[in-house]
Design a protein around this ligand. Structure first.
Ligand SMILES: O=P(O)(O)OC[C@H]1O[C@H](OP(=O)(O)OP(=O)(O)O)[C@H](O)[C@@H]1O
Ligand SMILES: O=c1cc[nH]c(=O)[nH]1
Ligand SMILES: [Mg+2]
Length: 213
């Protein structure tokens, strides 16, 4: 897996405020959105375009436009929803599919409770949004859904990753055979005994939307 850790002082600054336990939900949501827009710039570096001719008020010009089929953005609910608007700001014509997943806090395995994706993803560039890549179970399951529908170009956009999660995705990708790129604002030290990223930022879903039992 190609791992791209975004290295920019504005990204580091926003990530630090996001980590701070004193940051309230409205600020957390706004910062997550801003961060994703910066990461999306990096993540879409290889978005497919095709040549196009336009006329300026002065002369003919050759440029590019996004190719069809349009890219597909897939936020993993719940926390990935907090990244959607930031991504759409850069890719307003992308289509959006949804995956709802909840990690079982005992087994740490991801359980999928919702899936709304196009049937055929062949030739589509897919951008998966999930702020936290912890054990990697949720992202691995998401990649599985996309590959089953024919996706062969997948980019994961995350705010934070743990080395254990990156290693798991790399292991699983060996048998899947589809290249995946990860664009992330930071790779932290490790997971704790509850599968939380250390130092991380806590539970991203709860910090965005509050605690739901
Ligand atoms: O890499 P993993 O070990 O799978 O953990 C990461 C997942 O855990 C969190 O979701 P959670 O299950 O808390 O659901 P939520 O977004 O609804 O809070 C997070 O948003 C990721 O989807
Ligand atoms: O650190 C973590 C791990 C999983 N899910 C989160 O929201 N945070
Ligand atoms: Mg959560």
């Amino acid at each position: 897996m190609q791992v791209h850790v975004a290295d920019h002082p504005l990204i580091s600054h926003k990530l630090t405020v996001l980590r701070d336990e004193r940051t309230d939900s409205p600020t957390f949501r706004r910062l997550a959105e801003e961060l994703v827009t910066l990461l999306a710039y990096e993540a879409t570096r290889d978005v497919r375009v095709e040549p196009v001719e336009v006329r300026t008020p002065v002369a003919a010009a050759t440029g590019v436009r996004l190719s069809e089929p349009r890219p597909l953005v897939v936020p993993i609910l719940r926390a990935g929803l907090g990244m959607l608007e930031g991504m759409q700001r850069l890719l307003p014509t992308a289509e959006v599919g949804f995956l709802g997943m909840i990690r079982n806090e005992e087994t740490l395995e991801a359980d999928t409770y919702a899936e709304r994706l196009p049937d055929d993803l062949s030739g589509r560039q897919c951008y998966v949004l999930d702020p936290m890549l912890a054990t990697g179970g949720s992202l691995a399951a998401a990649i599985g859904f996309l590959v089953k529908r024919g996706a062969d170009h997948i980019t994961a956009v995350c705010l934070l990753a743990a080395p254990e999660g990156i290693e798991r995705i790399e292991r699983e990708l060996e048998s899947i055979g589809v290249p995946v790129t990860l664009v992330v604002a930071g790779v932290d030290d490790r997971l704790d005994e509850n599968g939380y990223i250390v130092p991380g930022l806590g539970d991203a879903g709860d910090r965005l939307y509050g605690v739901v039992d």
